[in-house]
Ligand binder design. Structure first.
Ligand code: BES
Ligand code: ZN
Length: 455
């Protein structure tokens, strides 16, 4: 049997196996889920062994990496597949229509946390490989897998892992399916991602909550102060107001503007994916330019004061918030963290204290658009989807992509099978069975196409 016929035959089985993978609540951000992370890594390593990949669990200072390899011949090129088996937290739970870790078919969709980000997408490559190992066909490439367990919490320990295992991870190209198509039936190869810088800010006023009648007016309210600081993060044109924030940002190239112009885009359709009333962003740039190629600053969460039922008249003792900034290539996460720290310290009034925790982040990346890898990826998608792919960038981040380049010198192919309205990080995450299937066939074609690339 040829590999493609194997895929044709095993549709139900691979869906059931994916469901097993999806049932682990492998939430990397929550310590209470550490046992689930471990169990998920073990399941994955076992599954890889079952389909003929030599697999092992490798410890890091954080969650473990599942490593696998299948070496065929030194003459063949080597693909390093990267993905993540961890998922984002599921709250607010009450908005889920199905249980996040009980994968369910609803119409054309598999519903559940991790379906598209990233278990379902990652699984397509394992199933493509199985189509070789389970049939008598010779795999024309060497393969390695590095599947991590803390991508959703910033891949804090992954750079060290890559440095420590540089020889083991040596490959010609990295393949990642953790992005999205451009739209329904518009498959894409992604050639750039934004990076990220993350800080937490805590403002403390009185040493305990105070009666707002007895003290309000005479003592600063830390929530008011924090809101004032947050309000000073942008100017009236939607630009980030931190001095030096744009210093390393390069202008958008004419080539990129042309790519954007070629893509179908309507504000109406864009808004329909979000449920928002209108668009908003940095003045002077189109929506796609804002998301692909301009850095941003967002407050992701804000805490402090009384949150319970009814009212409580207090001056709260403290307020804090989490801020992330999406970065474009050449901006350095540490430099940006230092700049925001300096700015907040400068604008924060002296009658409160201010603590800033800098978590660093990951740089933005672009991959060469003219090399043989991207062309091979394009051909594979065309075969798997029966549709011509478009070339796009994405506003999200995959921290290790920059590390693969800077530490190992390897470029990454970003091939996403999902949709950006598949509710990644939101309630009711989903992945259409059709996209999962087309992903499997494209992953299979990719092996053949990459095997033919002249190195
Ligand atoms: N799959 C996403 C990356 C992504 C998001 C690509 C949107 C394209 C569009 C990935 O799992 C992710 O969410 N990464 C985090 C990284 C962060 C925690 C450092 C992100 O972008 O927020
Ligand atoms: Zn994610």
């Amino acid at each position: 049997m040829d590999p493609k016929s194997f895929l044709d035959e095993k549709k139900d089985q691979r869906l059931n196996e994916l469901f097993e993978f999806l049932r682990f609540p492998s939430i990397s951000a929550r310590s209470e889920h550490q046992p689930d992370i471990k169990a998920c890594a073990e399941w994955l390593a076992d599954h890889m062994k079952k389909i003929g990949i030599e697999a092992k669990i490798m410890a890091t200072k954080g969650h473990p990496v599942v490593y696998g390899s299948l070496m065929t011949s030194p003459k063949n090129m080597t693909i390093l597949y990267y993905g993540h088996y961890d998922v984002q937290p599921v709250d607010p739970l009450n908005l889920w229509k199905t249980k996040p870790f009980e994968p369910t078919l609803v119409g054309e969709y598999i519903m559940g946390r991790g379906t598209t980000d990233d278990k379902g997408q990652l699984f397509t490559h394992l199933k493509a490989l199985e189509a070789y190992t389970a049939t008598a066909n010779t795999l024309p490439v060497n393969v390695k897998f590095m599947i991590e367990g803390e991508e959703e919490s910033g891949s804090e320990h992954t750079e060290q892992f890559i440095k420590d295992n540089a020889e083991l991870l040596k490959a010609d190209v990295v393949v990642v399916s953790d992005t999205a198509q451009y739209g329904k039936n518009i498959p894409a190869v992604t050639y750039g991602l934004r990076g990220l810088a993350f800080v937490e800010v805590k403002i403390t006023g009185p040493d305990r909550d105070l009666h707002s009648g007895s003290f309000g007016g005479g003592i600063a309210n830390p929530i008011n102060v924090l809101c004032d600081i947050i309000a000073k993060m942008h100017d009236k044109n939607g630009k980030v107001a931190i001095p030096g924030f744009y210093k390393d940002v390069k202008p958008i190239t004419a080539w990129e503007k042309k790519q954007i112009k070629r893509l179908p885009f309507t504000v109406k359709e864009f808004l329909s994916k979000t449920g928002s009333k209108g668009i908003h962003g940095e003045k002077g740039y189109s929506t796609m330019e804002q998301i692909w190629s301009r850095p941003t600053l967002d407050v992701n969460g804000i805490m402090g004061g009384y949150q319970g039922e009814g009212g409580k008249t207090i001056i709260p003792s403290w307020a804090s918030c989490k801020i992330t900034m999406r970065l474009v290539p050449h901006q350095k996460p540490h430099d940006i963290c230092n700049k925001i720290e300096k700015y907040i310290k400068k604008i924060c009034p002296k009658y409160v204290s201010c603590e800033i925790i800098k978590h660093g982040g990951a740089p933005g990346v672009v991959v060469p658009t003219d090399g043989p890898w991207l062309a091979a990826a394009g051909k594979a998608i065309k075969r798997g989807f029966g549709l011509e792919p478009v070339f796009i960038k994405e506003g999200g981040s995959i921290p290790v992509v920059g590390t693969f380049k800077s530490v190992l010198g390897i470029d990454t192919l970003l091939l996403g099978w999902g949709q950006n309205d598949d509710n990644a990080h939101s309630p009711n995450e989903r992945f259409s069975v059709k996209d999962f299937e087309r992903g499997c066939y494209s992953a299979l074609a990719l092996i053949e196409e990459l095997a033919q690339v002249k190195r």
